[in-house]
Design a protein around this ligand. Structure first.
Ligand code: G
Ligand code: G
Ligand code: MN
Ligand code: NA
Length: 254
């Protein structure tokens, strides 16, 4: 497949970059952290959306070396910002299920954090519900081993998969991210509004923090703050930014 060959070339020729989208506290607006998002600039086709290449990378197994690059680059960038005194408290990196099932993942993460002297508490792995649904005991142990290294977990796209609430109890999840499809029609759509409220209350009763994704309007932000949602992410706050533009947010007024 052409795209698969192109992905191999992209890895070799450094055609990937990362963008960073801020995540802020819903009450104070203070910067909590960021989500790293991969970008691919193809030499002929231009920008290729992750939705068009991440599934191919997953099917071909290329998501493992690509994911390794993402982890190394994200932690390297955090270290660079730290060194300039622009500390990013939390950085979330998307980890696909295929990558999560790779037995080499814990050693890679330990190595990357060690290389860059970045505190493990600053790294959050964003996984989707399917990682827990498909988990065998080895995956569950891997998840716990990484947790012991100090990484946090956030559960991406919450509500769109097949997870049962028992997974939230069984696995060491820290943050639930409400999928943007539920946020989109809030607060006007009453059933979505109730669903969002239920997710927030359920997460809080399990001692989890909640990030709302896809926050685009002030009315959504006000609604979410009122429900005591912890953090907001979305175009209202900022689009995903290149590293240089993101650094300006870490150094306000300078
Ligand atoms: O960046 P964008 O808004 O287009 O993201 C689209 C999808 O691609 C999201 O579902 C996101 O989880 C996924 N994605 C973005 N960056 C990465 C990455 O580094 N690794 C993996 N596995 N998925 C990513
Ligand atoms: O699947 P995941 O949640 O990891 O992907 C995040 C995706 O959501 C990225 O592609 C990002 O560009 C996109 N995104 C971030 N904020 C918004 C928003 O406010 N509205 C919409 N429509 N998409 C957003
Ligand atoms: Mn994500
Ligand atoms: Na999501």
């Amino acid at each position: 497949m052409q795209i698969e060959a192109d992905l191999r070339a992209a890895l070799a020729q450094s055609e990937f970059t990362l963008e960073y989208q801020p995540i802020v506290a819903a009450d104070s607006g203070e910067l909590f952290g960021a989500e790293a998002l991969i970008r691919w600039l193809h030499p002929e086709r231009g920008a290729v959306a992750p939705a068009d290449f991440v599934p191919v990378a997953e099917d071909s197994g290329l998501i493992v070396p690509i994911g390794t690059w993402v982890l190394r680059e994200a932690v390297r960038q955090m270290h660079e910002w730290n060194q300039r005194g622009h500390v990013l408290p939390h950085l979330a990196v998307n980890v696909s299920g295929v990558q999560f099932r790779d037995p080499a993942l814990p050693a890679l993460i330990a190595d990357v954090l060690d290389d860059h002297a970045v505190a493990s508490g600053a790294l959050t792995l964003e996984i989707c519900e399917s990682v827990m649904v498909d988990a065998n005991s080895a995956t569950e142990m891997r998840m716990r081993a990484l947790k012991e290294l100090g990484v946090d977990y956030s559960l991406d796209d919450f509500g769109t998969g097949f997870s049962s609430l028992s997974y939230l109890k069984r696995f060491p999840v820290d943050i639930v991210k409400i999928d943007r499809s539920f946020v989109r029609d809030c607060p006007d759509d009453r059933s979505d509004a109730h669903l969002v409220e239920a997710i927030i209350n359920m997460a809080h009763s399990l001692d989890l923090k909640v990030v709302a994704e896809g926050v685009e309007t002030q009315a959504q932000a006000d609604f979410l703050r009122e429900l005591e949602c912890d953090y907001l992410q979305g175009y209202l706050i900022s689009r995903p930014l290149r590293a240089e533009a993101f650094e300006a947010l870490l150094a306000p007024g300078r």
